[in-house]
Design a protein around this ligand. Structure first.
Ligand SMILES: [Zn+2]
Length: 250
């Protein structure tokens, strides 16, 4: 994915087109991340107005069959989550019955960390049946989680696979310090295999996201789904302090 697509993704509908979005944060090899600033009046105004539609209703109507639309929607819902301070997703009995009877049709696969501060349904204001979530410490990807990604993308036809790391990730910090033992070491070894020494925590967190995306592309199925445009594999970093999600550019 190129930077033009990323910028397009993060333009929110209506007057948000004009807001200042990103600045280059750092460069590590081919990887760099861009950060966005969001004017407060947008956070407390327009973001809410455009984020009230149910994700499942939009999915049913076909509005979230396009990957770019899903990426925009996720950002809208994230902004709504930050401004409202709560998850406004539908967890009603009616939604339970609907999804139990008619099955699930999540619009995104989220691969993220098990960290208790990083709950995708809250972060993206999602209700029942909207997100297909895979969580491991450090969002490392093994065969089981890769099979789950394939299932979400191919069988459930989610259009986006979002690999989302986060600030202050203990697994990444352990990988940087090299102090893990037991099965935890299998996680930190996997993380540290993707970067060299001397990185800041944030650089390592972003590189770990990109390594996860590359791991997903080792799946022939995912590689072909991405190549034919059926799915977009996108990286992101969640800020555990501010609550905002930032897309990572490869
Ligand atoms: Zn973590």
């Amino acid at each position: 994915m190129n930077s033009t697509m990323i910028k397009k993704t993060n333009r929110i509908k209506g007057n948000k087109e004009d807001r200042p979005l990103w600045f280059p944060m750092f460069t590590q090899g081919k990887a760099f991340m861009k950060k966005r600033f969001i004017p407060l009046f947008l956070i407390f105004g327009l973001a809410i107005a455009s984020s009230t539609a149910s994700g499942l209703a939009l999915r049913s109507a076909g509005a979230l069959d396009d990957a770019q639309a899903v990426l925009e929607f996720l950002i809208e819902r994230n902004e709504s989550y930050v401004s409202s301070g709560k998850n406004e997703g539908d967890i009603s009995q009616a939604r339970r019955e609907d999804t139990a009877t008619n099955g699930q049709s999540p619009y995104a696969v989220i691969v993220t960390c098990s960290d208790s501060r990083v709950s995708p349904e809250h972060i993206f204001g999602a209700g029942i049946g909207e997100l297909f979530v895979i969580r491991t410490a450090g969002n490392v990807i093994d065969d089981f989680s890769l099979g789950s990604v394939e299932y979400g993308a191919e069988h459930l036809r989610a259009r986006v696979v979002l690999v989302m790391g986060h600030t202050g990730c203990g697994a990444v910090e352990a990988a940087l310090s090299g102090g893990a033992h037991g099965y935890i070491k299998t996680i930190t070894d996997e993380i540290s295999s993707g970067f060299s020494e001397g990185l800041s925590a944030e650089q390592a967190e972003v590189l770990n996201v990109i390594n996860g995306m590359e791991k997903i592309r080792e799946s022939e199925l995912m590689k072909s789904l991405e190549a034919n445009g059926s799915v977009v594999i996108q990286g992101a970093l969640y800020d555990t302090f501010s609550g905002f999600v930032e897309y990572v550019d490869e």
